[in-house]
Each structure stands twice: as C-alpha cells, then as structure tokens.
Design a protein around this ligand. Structure first.
Ligand code: SF4
Length: 382
C-alpha cells in the first residue's frame, strides 16, 4: 500500500472544552508556521529513503480550514516539489463550519482538495452549545449544502453523541438531520472525557453526569442501526462509508500500519521499513525553533518489536469490519490465532461478540460496542 502524508495545522480560533489536541489561537503565527513547514518537508524528504508514491494527503488539526485556499495550494505545491504525490491522490482537509464560507470552500476545491471532513458534531443547538463549538446548527447546515453545491463529491462529517442528557430519540434525529445531506462518510464518536480538559474538570465538580455503559451501548447500536439501514458500511468501530469506494483511504493507512509521514507540531509518523514510529514536539514555538536550526523537530521515537506489532495488528484489525485474517497473521507472526486463543474466541462467539471462521476472526456489531474490552481480554490470553 502507498504511503500517506499528514499535515498538522496547529491553529484553532478557540479551544473546545472537550478537546485535547494540540493547537494555538494566535493566527499571526500562520506565515511563520508555513515557512517552517516547508523546511520540515526539506528535512523529511532528505531523511526518507524512497518512501514511494504518496496517494493521500490529509490536513488535520487544529483547524486546517483556517488556512486560506492560496495557503493550502502553496503547501500542496511545496509537498509535490519534494515528494512523489500521485495525480489522483485523496487530499482531505478538515473543516470547522465556523471558519469557512461557500466561496472559501470553492477556493479549497480549486486549490486541489478532493475530500472534506466537516466537523459538524451535531445539528442540535443545545448539543453544540454543550460541546462549546464555534459554530451553530445553521452554519453547519449552510456549509454542508455549500460543500455539495461547489462540487465536492466526497464529503465526510463528524458526529459526537453520548452527550449528557441525550436519549435515543435525540441521537436519531441528529443522524437523520445529517443524512439529509447525503454525506459519503461519517465518523461518529462517543463523547469521552479527556484528562486535563475543561470538560473533564467540570465533570469532576459534578456539573453533569455522563451516560453509563448501558446507555452508551444503546446509543452506539442506535447510530450503527440507523446508518447501516440506510446502506452505509460500518467499516470501523467509529466510521461509516456510503460504499467501499468512500472508505477513508488515509485513515486506512493507520489501521493497516503502512508508512505515514506526519508534518507539523505534534504530528506522528510510522516507517514500515524500519518498523519505527516518531512524533514531533507538541509546541509550535519549539517546533519552529528546531527547524530554524536545521533540525527535525522530533520529540520521540519508538521501534516496534514483534510483540508490539502483533498487539497492534490485533487491536487495529478487530476494530475493522474485515477483522483479522488468520493466514496473514500467521505469515507475519508465526502465530496460529485460532489455536492459541481457541477457548477465549469460543467464549466471545457464544456471547455474540465475535464471528470466527476458517479465514478470519471479526467482531460483530455488538462486539464493536465493547471492542476495547474484547481486545484487552484477547491480548491477556495471547
Ligand atoms: S476545533 Fe477541533 S481541534 Fe480545535 S479545539 Fe475544537 S475540537 Fe479541538
């Protein structure tokens, strides 16, 4: 599989209270960031031994839609001048509906973006308010319509559910509202409390209570049923695609553990040849300082041994619809999973959490809802 290029755009107009991604709000640093980004491309291009043809570029953040179309075009041109980027590459840009207009979306398409991932999160005013989002429901609706009218044929939307007080009906109406825009892809995430965020602190002060495991399980199944009944593939625990052709090509690279190159503060990369992972410093100033000195802004690296690779292959494989192919796993690790995990797998089959056949082991929809727990128990038994 071809490698993928990730570009972290570390700016947000303001911080959402549930989010622990790295970002800064001082947009005057944008041009210095872009300058440093091209220096990082130089250093990475020099360091990489023939990484091959990149067939995905992903602008993530932060809020990549704070870049102007001309800046996005500039970054893509800089990347093309240093890396071999396929002509038909999937170029995704994450969009915060509070930061774009229809005109800007048209400009992004012109600049070479082929796929938008719109951070809608909800089309319900109360939910958006709880999440502290910059945009309101009307803005999100306008941007969903504008994305289509200006010619995007591959539109993804993010949805957050499991917000305190939300019931099945609320989640269903949010899903139905989103489906009226016919997105090609949906990423649906259960709200989680990340340590160190303002939402986590408010929860600690008992300002609200989170839905319990049973409610979360019901909501997970509600979302999955609603989307699969409309023909979407539930192809990964949190991801749905209108067809196989609309599965996120870029994210599949992480799940299949192929080479990905991450640029920008806090970005991660993985080198399949050397089986090591690296990550950049999560601080814009330090990242730029390193690059000024001609050094790559790498904070840490980790070389993966057989054990770690096996754990990841099992974890990432079981989070996907296809599951883990037994023959491929055996070829790679010389481990017969069906034999080693026999009793454990039968137990999960009896509970309706897993399907085990001659070719693969995979989670059922019920199993998807408790994927982390199932994988943990399998790893303990391995
Ligand atoms: S816009 Fe996205 S990256 Fe920025 S704070 Fe909100 S959730 Fe986090």
């Amino acid at each position: 599989m071809n490698p993928g290029l990730y570009i972290h755009v570390p700016f947000c107009l303001r911080k959402c209270p549930y989010c622990d991604f790295y970002s800064e709000s001082d947009l005057t640093l944008k041009s210095a960031y872009l300058e440093a980004l091209s220096r990082e491309m130089d250093l990475v291009a020099e360091a990489l031994q023939a990484p091959g043809e990149f067939d995905t570029v992903y602008f993530g953040g932060g809020t990549p839609s704070l870049l102007d179309p001309v800046e996005v075009e500039g970054v893509l041109n800089e990347a093309r001048s240093r890396f071999f980027i396929a002509r038909e590459a999937e170029v995704t840009l994450e969009v915060n509906p509070g930061t774009v207009t229809a005109e800007k979306l048209a400009g992004l398409r012109q600049a070479g973006v082929t796929r938008l991932n719109i951070g809608v999160q909800s089309l319900d005013e109360k939910t958006l308010k709880f999440l502290g989002r910059l945009h309101n429901a009307e803005q999100a609706r306008d941007i969903l319509s504008a994305a289509r009218s200006c010619g995007f044929t591959n539109i993804g939307a993010d949805l957050i559910y499991g917000v305190p007080g939300q019931g099945k009906g609320d989640v269903l109406s949010d899903v139905a509202a989103l489906l009226s825009y016919d997105p090609e892809h949906l990423s649906c995430y259960m709200l989680t409390l990340e340590e160190g965020t303002p939402l986590y602190a408010r929860h600690g002060k008992k300002a609200f209570s989170m839905p319990d495991d049973t409610v979360q399980g019901t909501l997970f199944e509600t979302v999955s049923d609603a989307l699969t009944q409309k023909g979407y593939l539930h192809y990964e625990v949190s991801n749905f695609a209108r067809s196989q052709a609309h599965v996120s090509r870029h994210n599949t690279k992480y799940w299949e553990m192929v080479t990905t190159v991450g640029l920008g503060p806090s970005a991660h990369g993985f080198d399949l040849e050397g089986l090591f992972r690296w990550w950049n410093v999560a601080h814009l100033g330090e990242w730029m300082d390193c690059l000024k000195k001609g050094k790559r802004p790498i904070e840490g690296t980790e070389t993966l041994g057989q054990g770690e690779l096996m754990t990841e292959a099992l974890y990432l494989g079981l989070r996907r619809m296809e599951g883990v192919n037994l023959a491929v796993f055996h070829r790679r690790f010389s481990v017969d999973l069906a034999k080693v995990l026999g009793a454990c797998l039968s137990g999960f089959e009896e509970e309706g959490l897993m399907v085990v056949d001659a070719d693969s082991i995979r989670l059922t929809r019920k199993g998807f809802a408790v994927a982390d727990g199932v994988v943990l128990r399998l790893l303990q038994a391995l």
